[in-house]
Every structure is written in C-alpha cells, then in structure tokens.
Design a protein around this ligand. Structure first.
Ligand SMILES: [Zn+2]
Length: 117
C-alpha cells in the first residue's frame, strides 16, 4: 500500500491552510477527498521548493479537492524525491490529475529515485 507520509487530512480552505501550515518551508502536499470511510483519496501530488503553504493556496480555485495533506521538507532535493515517489506510487498521470512527471528544481540535476529521469 502506497503511503504519503504526510500530516492530515485537513479541510482544503484558506483558513485551515493558515492554521496548519505555519512554517515558510519547502514541502510536499497531496490534494484529494475523503471516501465514505474517511480514507483520504489522492488526486494530485505536488511540492514547493520555497513555500508549501503558498503553493497549496494557489490550488484553492481548482474544483474537486476538498482535503489536503502536507509535509515539510528539509531540502529541495528531499522535496523533489518525495514528490517523485508520490507521483509513481499513486498511479502517475494515469490515476492522478498530474499531467507530467515532477520537474527537478531549477538549476539542479537531481534524478528521480524511481525512474531515474
Ligand atoms: Zn520518475
């Protein structure tokens, strides 16, 4: 069973983001919904190399996401590698709404730990 290893799920609105994501930090997040049993269902995975709260807020006008999970990352490399694992673990662009494989951080040559892209 794939694991996100993130905090949450939390209601996906500005107030909750402000309450829960209090550090300005690189990080990872997942957007989705809860099923009848309260299990978080992942629809989209992402990261920010600078401010995960700001990146989360930028998705608020998109339809179909009612809950989010997130985690802070200690470096842009950690954030990138975690996003890659999340992307591959949760079905890539076939199951997720992500259209593309995660981009490496600007100015780096980091490789995806799963597919080596
Ligand atoms: Zn990959």
């Amino acid at each position: 069973m794939a694991k996100l290893d993130m905090n949450g799920p939390f209601a996906f609105d500005q107030e909750t983001i402000n309450q829960k994501v209090t550090k300005t930090s690189a990080g990872n997040y997942a957007l989705g919904r809860l099923d009848e049993k309260g299990t978080f269902f992942v629809s989209y995975v992402g990261r920010s190399d600078t401010d995960v709260a700001e990146r989360l807020s930028s998705h608020l006008n998109e339809k179909g996401y009612s809950f989010f999970k997130f985690s802070y990352a200690s470096s842009t490399k950690d954030a990138f590698e975690k996003e890659c694992r999340n992307y591959h673990d949760f079905g890539e662009n076939k199951s997720l709404k992500n259209d593309y494989h995660p981009d490496k951080p600007n100015g780096t040559n980091y490789k995806c730990p799963v597919c080596n892209k």
